[in-house]
Design a protein around this ligand. Sequence first.
Ligand code: FES
Ligand SMILES: [Fe+2]
Length: 390
Amino acid sequence: MTAIDAVRPMPWHGLFHRLASGQDRRSSSERELTETTLSSAVYTDPARYQTELALLFRRMPLCLGHVDQLSEPGSVLAREIGGLPLLLVRDRDGSIGVFLNSCRHRGARLVTEDGVLCHRSSLSCLYHGWTYDLSGALVSVPRREAFPTLDMAARGLRRLPSTVRHGLIWAVLDPAQADAPDMADYLGEIDVELAALGLAGHHFFRQHAVQRAANWKLIVDGFIEFYHIKRLHATTIGRFFADSMAVADHVGPHQRMLVARDGFADACALPPEQWSPQLHGTLVHLIFPNTILVFHPDYVSHVGIFPASPDQTLFVHTMLTPNRAHDEKARAHWDRSFDLIDGQVFNDEDLFICEQIQRGLVASASDELLLGRLEGNVRRFHDTVTATLA
Ligand code: FES
Ligand SMILES: [Fe+2]
């Protein structure tokens, strides 16, 4: 067992019961449905994309990473998310701040290396040398007499409302919002589950960020349906899973999914407190709108899916491990896992397919896509997006 509280009844126990009994979660009216369709315009329409950016990505709390990546005071990470240049900073007191990576003089970026962890004692602008401390306060202006009316206290970096919960950094990308997001409320029952899975105690091991030519929702779709695992992933991870054997719960706008691994039937004979959502099944969370957590047997994948344009998406995959990799053997083990999951499964298979689909959609190869009965989570996700935009 990994770092799981196996004593109390856990939210995933219900998923095990349903998966074991072959019980279908859908209502009788839903079960009667055969297939549904999805307009291809949801992946290509620039006007819809702008609405998604405004109503989903500037209003909802987004997960920007795990605190352990910024392990020491002075750790700084710049990342452009949804068209906004952001700075994640660990202050001297250990707290994490999320700022706009934009100097309050004339807007130059304070940290120009995007996606590269750096260490700074302060943040100094290359252009004219204005300097901010790690709390974002403006502390130094060269030739101060050139700004006789400057109120330095009012010219700190623009801070975005953010909080840390379960070791994850959540922010609302709207500097006009004052309040940090209430993540316990937003996550609902998933909040209990992330606590039980010990995510806060996990360690940052490795990260890969890449921009790929597909709409962000195509990428989400690929993480919430399991019909493709035995086909697309036939030569990589397909052998570890039963075919399309999965159940899902809808937790507010989020989804909690359990996919049966091979040997699931044997696990059903164990007492429920021994059911592992990592060894016997693979637990997957979609935290609406764009965060995916995958609980692999001995590590966790956090996937952030950040739109850059209607047909470009920044894909950030972080491997979180239950223990720190102390020696070469442990590092080699997790490196091999990362190379398989990130390199082959996510990038060469899932994202490759998403780009193929996007190219077809842009070329108007089909004006609608078909969703079968094994793809109900995709239907649910798109319905949630549409309802939120409305
Ligand atoms: S733009 Fe930063 S100091 Fe001028
Ligand atoms: Fe996949």
